[in-house]
Write a new protein. Structure first.
Length: 239
């Protein structure tokens, strides 16, 4: 089969990187978008060693012009996309009453506006049978104290996914909401609290389900929820 192309933001860490690696092992072309350039060459090397061909670029997803530049790299792989994973995000947790507005503005700019820019900028490259995977979160449907704005960005994503799916159905482009539970990642080092890291999902638990999706383009999957069997959240989910 001809090599297929994926466009992944947030490709330098956790979910984005785990999926990029899984696709690289299957011989995919990968356009990997990172926020920081210092990690780009090591990531490219790792993906190439795994079997992929790679173009890396640094871009802030909240800036449309930078994203447009990133989409130009799709041309290097033939100009069509089979998979889009907009996994760039920021997460700040804390009491909404006390949260600095700069923090919630950044969450909205990256998790929502940045994601919308990413989808719109890449849509011209998406072919019939291709997949858009939108990373949702349990916090998008189960409100939790101290996750108010982050959860709101994820709840908005659910509504966006449903509308976009119908809009793109005539073009046979799949839109799947990928709702995942807590994943053991360095993100949890940065968040105040006691976390049951042992019982969380591992980033590599997610990728096989994504591969299964893209291998069966004749099937429409609206949403996948991947949750850790053992619960995998906080021992004390409060500030
Ligand atoms: N980890 C979990 O437990 C979990 C659970 C449920 C859902 N998810 C979802 O999975 C997706 C990925 O999560 P993750 O755990 O992989 O997150 P992560 O480890 O925090 O990684 C997010 C990535 O986004 C990049 N990024 C942040 N702001 C950016 C910007 N303005 N422009 C471009 N890139 C930017 C970061 O780059 P830097 O490294 O340079 O900052 C980082 O590589 C998210 O949508 C998240 O909601 C994760």
């Amino acid at each position: 089969m001809a090599r297929q192309t994926a466009f992944i933001t947030g490709a330098g860490s956790d979910l984005g990187k785990a999926v990029a690696l899984a696709l690289a092992r299957e011989g995919w072309h990968i356009v990997a978008v990172l926020r920081r350039g210092d990690a780009a060459s090591a990531l490219a090397e790792e993906l190439r060693r795994a079997g992929g061909t790679v173009q890396t670029i640094t871009a802030n997803v909240a800036r449309r012009a930078e994203l447009e530049q990133a989409t130009e790299l799709i041309q290097a792989f033939g100009g069509t996309l089979r998979l889009l994973l907009p996994a760039a995000e920021v997460m700040y947790r804390g009491s909404f009453t006390e949260m600095n507005p700069r923090l919630w503005q950044e969450m909205i700019e990256v998790n929502l506006t940045g994601l919308l820019h990413t989808v719109q900028a890449t849509l011209p490259f998406m072919e019939s049978g291709s997949h858009i995977l939108l990373p949702g979160s349990v916090t998008g449907w189960r409100g939790r104290p101290s996750w108010a704005v982050y959860g709101a960005t994820k709840a908005a994503l659910r509504s966006f996914a449903e509308a976009l799916r119908e809009e793109l159905r005539p073009r046979h482009i799949h839109v799947t909401l990928l709702t995942i539970g807590a994943v053991d990642s360095p993100m949890w080092d940065r968040i105040k609290g006691e976390w049951d890291r042992e019982t969380m999902l591992k980033p590599e638990h997610i990728a096989p389900w994504i591969l299964h999706l893209v291998e069966h383009p004749e099937v429409m999957v609206d949403e996948i929820q991947i949750l850790p069997l053992a619960g995998g959240f906080g021992k004390r989910d409060r500030l």
